[in-house]
Design a protein around this ligand. Structure first.
Ligand code: GRG
Length: 298
């Protein structure tokens, strides 16, 4: 993606990148040093920061202020990073590389990786509860925090991961897989978009529209991830690829082929844009995210 929309993405991503380490500094977080190092290792390993940028862009689309949104944007990246550390564990996906680097348990051992994930998840809720927005607008902050807890927890991402873990390779039907994708990947992205809307003071209609946008973007994110698993290299992805087919996992490209998966990605992109129909130019950064996710190679 080129042009002003991608410049705005880079600017927001840069802002997040700069703010994240502060939340792990000894002044902010009293973790013992080895735990802090493990948390920092994964958090600062160079993710795309899609979720925080989504939260910031959604908040700005309804008139929210960047400084108030930023702690929440960082908190969702903490939650996302915890989920990746735990997903990579031998008990789950058993991956050796993530974000181009050896996974947490490969570097620090399994016990420390479990704890680094636990700590990132818990710290996320501290960061939000201690934010200025929580003091100034407690009602909005509590709604946003509850939304994240619901979407990342048992009903959302953790529930999706459990269904994924329990599904026997090659036997899950399409509707079960759809539900897994909705819970495991799309729920967190939808929550980021809604949280921005809530914190920015959007109307219920705007928050709902942003949630729909986030859901479609999340499903798009998942199908592009599955396409990249089939087509991208280790160097591009920073992790092993071609694993889904080898593991007999049902994904859209594995089941229906790449042309159908690409068509699905186009359709999901259109549905995401449709969800923003009531917004004007203030939602252009969100619109840019659709193209960025469709075109991504990592
Ligand atoms: C362990 C509770 C628990 C949940 C794990 C995140 C997750 C749920 C599973 C990862 C499996 C996977 C590859 C899902 C596809 C979408 C996804 C979350 C990709 C990774 O996110 P990116 O591409 O990663 O945003 P970066 O490194 O850029 O942050």
């Amino acid at each position: 993606m080129a042009g002003p929309r991608s410049q705005e993405y880079s600017r927001l991503r840069g802002m997040v990148e700069e703010a994240l380490p502060g939340y792990l500094s000894p002044a902010a977080c009293g973790a013992p040093d080895p735990l802090r190092k493990a948390m920092e290792y994964s958090l600062m390993a160079g993710g795309k920061r899609v979720r925080p940028v989504l939260l910031l862009s959604a908040g700005k689309a309804v008139g929210g202020r960047e400084e108030e949104l930023l702690p929440f944007a960082c908190a969702v990246e903490f939650v996302h990073t915890y989920s990746l550390i735990h997903d990579d564990l031998p008990a789950m996906d058993d991956d050796d590389f993530r974000r181009g680097k050896p996974t947490s348990h490969k570097v620090f051992g399994e016990g420390m990786a479990v704890l680094a994930g636990d700590a990132l998840l818990t710290e996320a809720f501290r960061i939000m509860a201690e934010s200025e927005a929580a003091a100034a607008q407690p009602g909005r902050a509590v709604r946003a925090i509850a939304d994240l807890a619901r979407s990342a927890g048992a009903e959302g991402m953790v529930g999706g991961q459990q269904m994924d873990l329990s599904s026997v390779a090659g036997t899950a039907d399409a509707s079960t897989v759809d539900e897994i994708e909705l819970r495991k990947t799309a729920a967190l992205l939808a929550s980021c978009a809604r949280m921005g809307g809530i914190l920015g003071g959007g109307t219920q209609g705007q928050v709902d529209a942003l949630g729909d946008f986030g859901t479609q973007l999340g499903l798009l994110f998942q199908v592009t991830d599955d396409i990249l698993d089939e087509t991208a290299s280790f160097e591009e992805m920073g992790k092993g690829t071609a694993k889904d087919r080898a593991r007999g996992k049902w994904t859209y490209p594995v089941a229906y082929g790449l042309p159908a998966a690409n068509a699905r990605a186009e359709a999901l992109g259109r549905e995401a844009l449709d969800a923003l129909a009531a917004f004007g130019g203030e939602a252009d950064t969100l619109r840019g995210l659709v193209r960025m996710v469709q075109d991504r190679r990592s």
